[in-house]
Design a protein. Structure first.
Length: 735
């Protein structure tokens, strides 16, 4: 028999639950109902890593301390691995926790008692209730029985509560394993219907509720969904966890952690713990820590254990891994089990078995004609790492390197995607505040707003009346009528009317667009897409407001194009002004280059004298440049400068090992590339090399480098010289 009560929660820091205050308040209200004898069973649903287990543990600890309700914690993963003893294990855990609760001695849970000693202590502490627990435990030990015993054991908390008058709250974690242990929907209805010993269970997916508890019983259960933490709450949690771990995180490192965790408290904690082992705490260190955690670290172990619980058979897990890789690569929602079997050349029975396990794990949703994989970014990393190790035969170090490299390359796009999601939410909040308010008309005219600000006008300002908003949505429109589809950041239906006139409906189509010289074509395409949607009947033929929210100010040509196309345009100062007038949260501005606010950090590389080894340094610089959002042309120039500097350093190095040290660092808005040689000083070359040296193809090193970067300096050292090249990230001749 498994050790009873071995997973009783210990002391947890409050910082780990920051952002779950609302959920704890909900549990508090349910506890008050339970004390009045009106308890009701419920299910707490959330994707893996959303904090369900930790929330139950915190609630268990709170109830145990308060002493009014007996909290019975039981992780149901035991029911999958140890079906023969699951019933006895459940009752043993209840007996030990009931004894510790009665004696106010949580230390009892750390030293399980002998069954005879436990039975005697229960009778002394609980009287008839103790006798009930002792007899139930003895009966289940004699006839463990498997699923039937687990069903009998499920009724014991209710009978104990009825006999003793003590309210019991059963906190059952990982309830998705019940259908594997007891058969589909065999959990006793009497236990679910109990108002004095209700159940609060966790599931990965609400669609598993009927399958786990039975279709009829599912209607008795309240359903609560754990949403991911908001960006603000996740950021505060990341800082709290970092302080506990003794880490100092900059704003961009916090943002990178929040992006990697996708608002999951468990993921966030695991990533902070992984980051504690890194030499630094910059965004590049976050990428490496996340890759290592997903390859063979804490996050990999978390998912491997979850897969093992949902799919005990190794072959089924292998097929499930192939399904996940296939679906993630296809990025299609039109795949069903039959089509998967045909495309993957696998038996249909194997595909269906693997899909059932993935559904239990909360990883996929299987519809009538679709298999949809959870968009969890950590899951994607773990799946990629497992596949490369299992099928690609890559070493863990190689997998970590490849994942980290992909994260660095994808960081700007990911940061922008996260920003767009949060900006859409804030935009929705702004529209919800529109209800006939009067605002300056130039809030929707970028040129007029700029002119008013430049002139600092204090006179009368033209105003307009905002419409009364009926609904707000975002996404793609037009695909249903075979159009390419327009991605809109807000599609708003509203009612507009002047004083004394009837209201008329109006549609606002809103899109975030670039500004400057690159905005003209984007504005024209925006207008063409809307006209096509109007002709197809997807938008009304009239009364459509086209609103372009500019990520950077338009130049003169852009302002003329906007006026000609009759587009409403707003830059971020206008949005901030509008939000202030409406008294709502402002829409966050678009993210700039990573280096604009990145704390100082360095990447050091030492290369030996070998053929073409300078290309290694160029490749490292290319990775960094992609993360800093430096365009391809400028990156090519920088790589050429570094290659030339390395060649010069090797030629002039006098050290016995002939090695060259490179340091790439970001300082504010500058990228510094330092190339150091050891052994003897490097003599400064004239602006133009001698003709003879030019003919031999060498001697143009510094002259060429000066043409490729913004600044060049030679710094003498005691044992050599450093060549420092500077690239201005926010401007400069080549910026």
């Amino acid at each position: 028999m498994a050790e009873p009560g071995g997973e009783f929660p210990g002391v947890l820091e409050p910082e780990r639950f920051f952002g779950r205050i609302e959920e704890l308040g909900l549990l508090r209200r349910q506890a008050r109902s339970l004390l009045r004898g009106l308890g009701r069973s419920g299910v707490l649903c959330g994707r893996p890593g959303s904090g369900k287990t930790e929330l139950l543990r915190q609630w268990h600890k709170t109830l145990f301390r308060e002493g009014e309700i007996l909290p019975f914690w039981y992780p149901l993963r035991h029911s999958l691995f140890e079906q023969a003893t699951a019933g006895g294990d459940l009752v043993a855990a209840l007996a030990l926790q009931a004894l510790a609760f009665k004696k106010r001695a949580p230390g009892l849970l750390d030293r399980p008692l002998h069954p005879v000693e436990l039975a005697g202590a229960l009778r002394t502490a609980w009287g008839d209730g103790g006798v009930l627990l002792a007899e139930a435990l003895a009966g289940l030990e004699q006839r463990p029985g498997g699923p039937e015993a687990l069903v009998r054991a499920a009724l014991v908390p209710h009978r104990f509560a009825a006999l003793t008058g003590t309210r019991v709250l059963c906190l059952f974690d990982d309830a998705g394993n019940l259908d594997a242990a007891t058969g589909e929907g065999l959990w006793p209805e009497e236990a679910l219907a109990s108002s004095i010993a209700p159940l609060l269970a966790t599931l990965e997916d609400e669609n598993l509720v009927p399958r786990t508890f039975g279709q009829a019983s599912a209607s008795r259960l309240t359903l609560e969904r754990l949403a991911p933490l908001s960006i603000e709450a996740a950021s505060r949690l990341a800082r709290s966890l970092a302080r506990i771990g003794g880490l100092e995180l900059g704003e961009l490192a916090v943002a990178a952690l929040v992006e990697e965790s996708a608002g999951s408290p468990y993921y966030l904690g695991a990533l902070v713990r992984a980051l504690a082992g890194e030499p630094g705490t910059g965004t590049l260190d976050v990428a490496r820590a996340a890759a290592a955690a997903a390859c063979d670290g804490e996050l990999a172990r978390y998912w491997i254990e979850l897969f093992a619980r949902a799919m005990p058979d190794r072959r089924t897990r292998a097929v499930a891994l192939e399904i996940l890789i296939f679906c993630l690569r296809e990025e299609s929602g039109s795949l069903d089990a039959g089509r998967l079997a045909a495309l993957m050349l696998k038996p249909a029975a194997d595909i269906e078995s693997a899909l059932a396990g993935l559904t239990r794990a909360g990883v996929v949703r299987v519809g009538f004609a679709s298999v949809v994989v959870d968009g969890d970014p950590v899951l994607r990393d773990v799946v990629q790492a497992l596949y490369r190790r299992e099928f690609g035969r890559m070493s863990p170090a190689a997998v970590v390197a490849s994942l980290a490299s992909e994260k660095v390359r994808g960081a700007p796009a990911l940061r922008r995607r996260r920003w767009r999601e949060s900006a859409r939410v804030a935009l929705r909040g702004m529209f919800c505040a529109w209800a006939g308010q009067r605002v300056p008309a130039d809030c929707f005219d970028a040129a007029a707003f700029r002119e008013r600000r430049d002139a600092a006008a204090d006179g009368a300002v033209d105003e307009m009346t905002l419409p009364r908003v009926i609904s707000v949505a975002a996404g793609r429109i037009g695909e249903a009528v075979s159009l390419p589809g327009l991605e809109v950041d807000a599609l708003v239906w509203a009612l507009r009317g002047e004083a004394g006139a009837p209201e008329a409906d109006v549609a606002w189509v809103v899109r975030f667009l670039p500004g400057g010289s690159g905005g003209c074509e984007q504005l024209a395409q925006f207008e063409r897409d809307i006209s096509a949607l109007q002709m197809a009947g997807e938008l009304p033929a009239t009364r459509v407001v086209r609103w372009a929210i500019l990520e950077s100010p338009l130049d003169g040509a852009g302002e003329l194009a906007a006026a000609r196309l009759r587009l409403s345009t707003s830059a971020w100062p206008q949005l901030a002004s509008l939000a202030q007038l409406l008294g709502v949260a402002p829409v966050p501005p678009p993210p700039g280059p990573l280096a604009a606010a990145e704390p100082d950090f360095e990447i050091e590389l030492v290369i030996p004298r070998a053929a073409d080894v300078e290309l290694v340094a160029a490749r490292a610089l290319e990775q960094l440049a992609e993360n800093l959002a430096i365009d391809a042309l400028a990156t090519g120039r920088l790589k050429m400068a570094v290659v030339e500097a390395c060649i010069n350093a090797f030629e002039h190095a006098g050290a016995a090992d002939g090695r060259v040290r490179l340091v790439f660092s970001v300082r504010g808005s500058r990228l510094l590339m330092r190339v150091e040689n050891r052994g003897r000083p490097l003599a400064s070359l004239p602006p133009r090399a001698a003709a003879g040296r030019e003919a031999r193809g060498r001697g143009w090193g510094l002259t060429l480098i000066r043409e490729l970067v913004d600044e060049v300096a030679l710094e003498p050292r005691e044992d050599g010289v450093s060549l420092v090249m500077v690239k201005h990230l926010g401007g400069g001749e080549h910026g």
